[in-house]
Design a protein around this ligand. Structure first.
Ligand SMILES: C[S@@+](CC[C@H](N)C(=O)[O-])C[C@H]1O[C@@H](n2cnc3c(N)ncnc32)[C@H](O)[C@@H]1O
Length: 210
């Protein structure tokens, strides 16, 4: 489990500082896509860190399951949920071992939300994308947000590893057979705490599982 422990230690260290590394507001793409999420929808938030996205969805009366590898992040997420008076089923887990299609892990879901999950290597990413399909019911929706290759120049957030980033061709190939409702890329300013701050290359994907 060295991979788990290394990643957990790294992220626990990043989240140990005072405050919320990516802020407490939901990611702006998620907020803009609010209409995708109806009250009562079962939503899985992948690697949700300090809980900004999961708590926002729970505040919109979704039934939210979230997981992350960082227990420090999860503690902050729990505090944020308490402050907002919402409930999130939050678990300590890695994408590598998450029970994507396991009813004990909340499956099947109406929606999967994966915002800046670019810790994933190409092989981890392929398995994770396959996991999204297993977690969703047919017709369920995936909202994926992440950095594109120009982020290597901007260096305003993200892993700084080119092969972890997305581009349009990669996403179209990865989700071939899904109904792609939106695939958008923009160079724009992000202001999400100290972690994502400044001009950024951002891709957004909304796709429905066949
Ligand atoms: C850039 S942060 C994004 C957090 C959150 N999605 C957000 O938008 O605020 C990446 C997150 O991935 C988590 N993470 C890293 N490796 C992981 C893994 N193998 N499995 C699950 N989560 C992981 C980190 O703890 C961190 O919370």
């Amino acid at each position: 489990m060295a991979g788990f422990e290394d990643a957990a230690a790294r992220w626990n260290g990043r989240y140990a500082a005072e405050g919320f590394l990516f802020g407490t507001a939901p990611n702006d793409v998620l907020a803009a896509q609010a209409a995708l999420f109806a009250p009562g929808d079962r939503v899985l938030c992948v690697a949700d860190g300090e809980g900004r996205n999961a708590t926002w969805l729970a505040g919109r009366s979704c039934a939210v399951t979230a997981f992350d590898i960082s227990e420090v992040g999860l503690r902050k997420a729990a505090a944020l949920a308490t402050e907002r008076g919402v409930a999130v089923d939050a678990r300590l887990a890695s994408v590598d071992t998450w029970g994507w299609d396991d009813p004990a892990c909340g499956a099947p879901f109406d929606a999967v939300v994966a915002v800046f999950v670019q810790f994933a290597t190409p092989s981890q990413r392929a398995a994770m994308f396959e996991g999204f399909a297993r977690a969703l019911r047919p017709g369920g929706v995936l909202l994926l947000v992440g950095y594109g290759p120009l982020q290597m120049t901007y260096r305003t957030g993200g892993p700084g590893i080119l092969e972890h980033l997305y581009d349009e061709v990669m996403l179209r190939e990865a989700f071939a057979g899904w109904r792609i409702e939106r695939l958008h890329r923009a160079q724009r300013t992000l202001s999400e705490g100290a972690g994502h701050d400044g001009m950024s290359d951002v891709l957004e994907l909304v796709a429905r599982r066949p």
